[in-house]
Write a protein that binds this ligand. Structure first.
Ligand code: DGY
Length: 429
């Protein structure tokens, strides 16, 4: 008999478990990834709270001395992946990691667990609190350059939305390092090259890594003189949301000394929201920091303003209008890039596919901000696409075909925690 989707999802999480942490999928991504683990923990918590906390604790074991939690934690090298620890050559943590971070969703999941588990989760949250505080401080210090006023990013990989057309302006402004060593991509050995970033994009990604490595991962130098500096509405909205959740945790845990600092970050971010508003498009967009030029398309990160609880009534109305228009072009949820924009490709990584974790955050924001019907449609769309194609990394938002990695952990986790009929949200609905 065929296993149910719940059983398949649990089997994927078990198969990808590497002893207290979970890889996204074998071969293509064989390490612990930062925001993957945080979404994976939501799925683990439907089976075993202790294991879910362990996932988050093992993520923070990779924290660097300056407070950054890297995008990837390399516990050992793996020939299946490029660029591995020998390419990054970081030396600033107990465990090797990349020299960049990833969207900081951790505090939001910790707050969610404390709300769901009550006193049972409080001790685990308390132990994680100083690490989360240090990490948020890192974003507000090292990634918020003097004179810019909003959080920035130095690498498309740091945004988690690797090859989204949002980064086109920043990448156009930089050169491929003429001394780049020859290298062999591994991703296109495990996945269809037509669904992965282009070679030119990869050369630029690796050029930024080379700059960081050649300069000893001096994070200030990266924002001052690094090849790429953009502001990402995804990181901005996710950090603002996570700051709000961290403040709630500080109050809950009685961490009085941290409250004023976190409250100041929130106030500062709220004052910076309009930096991302592209009036011509009527949307929150990425922006090249050095030239001030806006990206020219609506991405799924543009829709996260509800999740961060920001934007004027007019900005929210225009954002919803884009989302409604996009819903008429896709069959399944919000695509990662606007189907009406020139660089849309329905199956290429972040140029169009539907991503479950983005849709989860967007829907959460919509539900909280009084758009429950829209939120429920997004949840049902994710359910349908998983029923149609299984647990892929992402999906063609028009045909529903699964793209890139198979047996993907965050898709399995969000099925159990949110989209599937047996999820808590379903029984609450
Ligand atoms: C990859 O290897 O494609 C990852 O997204 C980088 O973090």
């Amino acid at each position: 008999m065929l296993a149910s989707l719940d059983e398949q999802a649990r089997a994927i999480l078990a198969k990808n478990d590497r002893g207290g942490f979970t890889i996204p999928t074998a071969r293509l991504y064989p390490f612990q990834w930062n925001w993957d683990s945080v979404f994976i923990a939501l799925g683990l918590a439907t089976m075993d709270d202790d294991r879910a906390w362990r996932e988050l604790e093992m993520l923070t074991e990779g924290q660097a001395h300056d407070g950054m939690i890297p995008s990837i934690i390399f516990r050992k090298d793996d020939a299946d992946y490029f660029p591995g620890p020998n390419v990054w050559q970081t030396r600033n943590g107990a465990i090797k990691g990349t020299g960049i971070s990833q969207p900081p969703v951790l505090a939001s999941t910790v707050a969610h667990f404390v709300k769901a588990q009550g006193d049972n989760g409080l001790e685990r949250a308390k132990a994680l609190f100083p690490k989360m505080l240090e990490w948020h401080r890192w974003w507000h210090d090292y990634r918020t350059p003097e004179g810019v006023g909003v959080v920035c990013t130095v690498h498309p990989w740091e945004t988690g939305r690797d090859n989204c057309p949002d980064w086109k302006i920043g990448l156009l402004n930089m050169e491929i390092d003429p001394n780049l060593e020859a290298y062999q991509r591994k991703d296109i050995e495990h996945a269809d090259p037509a669904e992965r970033p282009s070679q030119e994009e990869y050369d630029k990604y690796i050029s930024i890594v080379k700059f960081g490595r050649d300069n000893g991962w001096d994070q200030r130098l990266l924002t001052e003189k690094g090849p790429f500096l953009m502001a990402d509405p995804g990181i901005f909205f996710i950090l603002l949301r996570a700051d709000r959740d961290l403040l709630w945790l500080a109050q809950k845990l009685g961490a009085d000394e941290a409250e004023a600092e976190i409250a100041a970050w929130i106030k500062h971010a709220e004052a910076g929201v309009d930096y991302f508003w592209n009036d011509e498009l009527g949307a929150f967009c990425a922006r090249d920091v050095r030239s001030g030029v806006f990206s020219d398309g609506f991405s799924n990160a543009s829709a996260l303003c509800f999740y961060a609880d920001v934007g004027s009534a007019e900005q929210r109305r225009k954002t919803l209008a884009h989302m409604s228009r996009i819903s008429t072009k896709t069959q399944y949820g919000q695509s990662s890039w606007d189907p009406d924009a020139p660089l849309f490709e329905s199956q290429r990584y972040w140029c169009g596919p539907l991503w479950c974790q983005m849709n989860y955050m967007i829907a959460q924001g919509l539900r909280e901000q009084g758009e429950a019907e829209f939120a429920e449609k997004m949840r049902q769309d994710l359910r349908k696409v998983i029923e149609l194609s299984g647990f892929y990394e992402c999906f063609d938002p028009i045909s529903g075909a699964g793209c890139i990695g198979r047996d993907f952990s965050w898709t399995a986790a969000l099925w159990l925690a949110w989209a599937g009929p047996s999820s808590v949200q379903s029984s609450a609905a």
